[in-house]
Design a binder for this molecule. Structure first.
Ligand code: ASP
Length: 336
């Protein structure tokens, strides 16, 4: 199969770890040539069917659609992919449904500490913040690090100081409090469990009309995390990666495993060095390699030629995408 045919074929296949999601027949032609696209996640984890009430399910779908629409509106009006990523992630950070910004999970001390990163595929510019407690939208701070500083990652109080200097909104740590998350935290303390059963990190990858890719990720980390623990989300190459020559990736899951495998960059490297298509590369890393060392989670990704992946090795991943000529599509469980 020549490269163009194989790209077109891949572009009409969307996949998760067990099931490839094939879009409607009627949309196949436009998918192969889609000029702009956006894919998001709202975390992967143990989300068995029946665990959410119909109202809660609807609330997740609605909020993911709102994020997709907000990011896609930027792309449609010719804005760069980075702006679409910022728009979509801010919607999810501002919603208490997800473990990012408001509604973030709690540390062992009952506080919220947030991580975020962003990367641009054309220039390989990147920015990140880690362990911040007072920045209302950490993704904006990551972007400011990328665009307004000579650094890639700022942590803790220094990052907060920088964000304030850049005019970003600073809030008391209590702003992030959400009672449902707090109950989850109390349960987690009782079980002495560092890993959350429903993760909820958020991420977005966008492809703009110029053919540029951007990716971003934002999280509160893992429930009951201790000692200033930082996960994969702010680590370029683990939680986020973007390279126009290969793909954009945002990860979610048990961060320690994603760091050890440099998951986001590994998928990019498989495309670059082995010529794999995006979905095959993502499955190799998330299902085979991550699974082999006991890691759980998933990734979303996009390539310049319109391939999309939503691959995970858990019961579910809040996820969705929107491409040229199609309505936004959102999913929660593994078999849909
Ligand atoms: N990857 C995040 C972390 O380990 C958590 C998640 O995605 O749910 O901090």
């Amino acid at each position: 199969m020549n490269r163009i045919t194989s790209c077109a074929l891949i572009a009409i296949l969307l996949g998760c770890s067990q099931v490839r999601q094939a879009p409607d027949e009627s949309t196949k032609d436009s998918l192969a040539v889609a000029p702009i696209a956006l894919v998001i996640h709202g975390g992967a984890g143990t989300i068995p069917r029946g665990s959410l009430s119909p109202e809660k399910e609807q609330a997740y779908h609605d909020m993911m659609k709102a994020a997709l629409d907000s990011g896609y509106a930027k792309l449609e009006t010719g804005k760069p992919a980075v702006e679409a990523v910022l728009a979509a992630i801010q919607v999810l950070e501002n919603s208490p449904l997800f473990n990012a910004g408001k509604g973030a999970v709690f540390t062992s001390e009952g506080t919220n500490e947030l991580d975020a990163s962003i990367m641009e595929g054309r220039t390989l510019s990147a920015g990140a913040v880690a362990g911040v407690k007072t920045i209302r939208n950490p993704i904006l701070a990551a972007h400011a690090v990328m665009t307004k500083s000579p650094h890639v990652m700022l942590a803790g109080e220094g990052a907060e100081h920088f964000a304030a200097e850049q005019g970003l909104e600073i809030v008391p740590n209590t702003y992030f409090f959400d009672s449902a998350r707090y109950k989850q935290f109390r349960r987690s303390i009782q079980k002495e469990d560092v890993k959350d059963s429903k993760h909820g990190t958020v991420g977005c990858v966008a492809l703009d009309k110029f053919g540029d890719i951007a990716a971003g990720t934002s999280t509160g980390g893992m429930t009951n995390k201790k000692f200033g623990r930082i996960g994969d989300a702010p680590i370029i190459g683990a939680g986020t990666y973007a390279n126009n020559a290969t793909c954009g990736i945002s990860s979610t899951g048990w961060g320690e495993f994603f760091i050890r495998l440099a998951v986001a960059h590994d998928i990019s490297a498989l495309i670059e060095y082995q010529g794999l298509d995006l979905n095959t590369a993502a499955e190799k890393v998330v299902v085979d390699k991550l699974g082999a060392i006991g890691g759980t989670g998933g990734v979303i990704g996009l390539t310049r030629d319109g391939q999309v992946t939503m691959t995970f090795n858990t019961d579910g991943m809040y996820r969705g995408y929107k491409r040229h000529g199609e309505p936004a599509k959102t999913f929660i469980y593994k078999d849909e």
